[in-house]
Design a protein around this ligand. Structure first.
Ligand SMILES: Nc1ncnc2c1ncn2[C@@H]1O[C@H](COP(=O)(O)OP(=O)(O)OP(=O)(O)O)[C@@H](O)[C@H]1O
Ligand SMILES: [Mg+2]
Length: 272
């Protein structure tokens, strides 16, 4: 389960994001017990800032499930990703918001939303200004191949540079197989075309990354990762009895893929 905090102020929309994520301030009011995540949770005296991804956004709740599964997996594999929390939102917060689009989003997102630690002052990744070594590039490409991330191209890298390090954000467009579970075994067995990947030109050492990271992706680890997804975002999935059955489906798609995806990554055509 994610640590939960309560939004106390909607600050501003992050205009760059297609799903209109927003910056909010939130506090840990103790309702979800002691913090479990390594994320600063804020207090009544000093609320903490989060990037909020709304359940009411057009992309739907599966985007949020993907963020939780991939963010949790990346963090456990030692990749840099912002910490995640659940953010309780009272739609009343939107009443003073002048932008009708934002007001609508807040209105339709009452209840639990997804919050990400805000990397204040982070810069967008610029390949001309930032060097990435082949080992790190390999880890990122291998991870993106594992979760089938189609949103890390050089056009839209979804990488930030914060305090001199590379951070991964935006894992909503991953695991395409969760949009059609009956075909998931076949879809999750397919390869990954990384020729357009933002780090394809850094000579990614995918073999080294696979040797290091694949053995870490175990049934236990995936059970831990999927346990963080709130039940409400998994409920009523056609073909499944309950939320735990959906959690197992995520794990069953990723476990075999971790063993062999390095053999099916295409890097041809990437410019060094
Ligand atoms: N944790 C964070 N800390 C600081 N800035 C962030 C963070 N997450 C996102 N941002 C900023 O907000 C922008 C939009 O975020 P994100 O890419 O996650 O949203 P999205 O709606 O899924 O985007 P897309 O347009 O790629 O679909 C990012 O490009 C980045 O500038
Ligand atoms: Mg993005």
């Amino acid at each position: 389960m994610l640590t939960e905090v309560t939004a106390v102020r909607y600050v501003t929309p992050l205009r760059e994001g297609g799903s209109l994520p927003g910056l909010v301030e939130a506090v840990d009011d103790g309702a979800s017990g002691p913090p479990r995540a390594a994320v600063p949770t804020g207090s009544a005296a000093s609320p903490a800032p989060y990037v909020l991804k709304f359940t009411g956004a057009g992309q739907g709740r599966k985007t949020l499930v993907a963020e939780v599964v991939c963010g949790g997996l990346a963090r456990r594999l030692g990749l840099r990703v912002p910490g995640l929390v659940g953010v309780r939102l009272d739609p009343v917060l939107g009443l003073g918001e002048p932008d009708p689009e934002v007001q609508q989003l807040l209105k339709s997102s009452g209840g639990l939303n997804l919050g990400m630690e805000f990397l204040s002052g982070a810069l967008g990744f610029d390949p001309l200004a930032f060097a990435v070594d082949p080992l790190e590039a390999g880890r990122v490409v291998w991870f993106d191949a594992l979760v089938n991330n189609v949103d890390r191209s050089w056009r839209n890298p979804n990488l930030l540079v914060w305090h001199g390090d590379l951070w991964l954000i935006d894992h909503g467009a991953t695991m395409i197989w969760h949009h059609n579970w009956p075909t998931a075994p076949a879809a999750s067995a397919r390869g990954y075309d990384a020729s357009d990947h933002a780090l394809a030109g850094y000579r990614p050492d995918v073999a080294a990354a696979a040797a290091e990271l694949a053995p870490l992706v175990t049934e236990d680890l995936l059970a831990e990762v999927t346990a963080d997804v709130p039940d409400a975002w998994l409920a009523d999935e056609p073909g499944f009895d309950d939320a735990d059955a959906v959690r197992r489906a995520y794990a069953e798609a990723l476990l075999p893929r971790a063993r062999s995806i390095h053999e099916r990554i295409t890097l041809e055509g990437a410019t060094p």
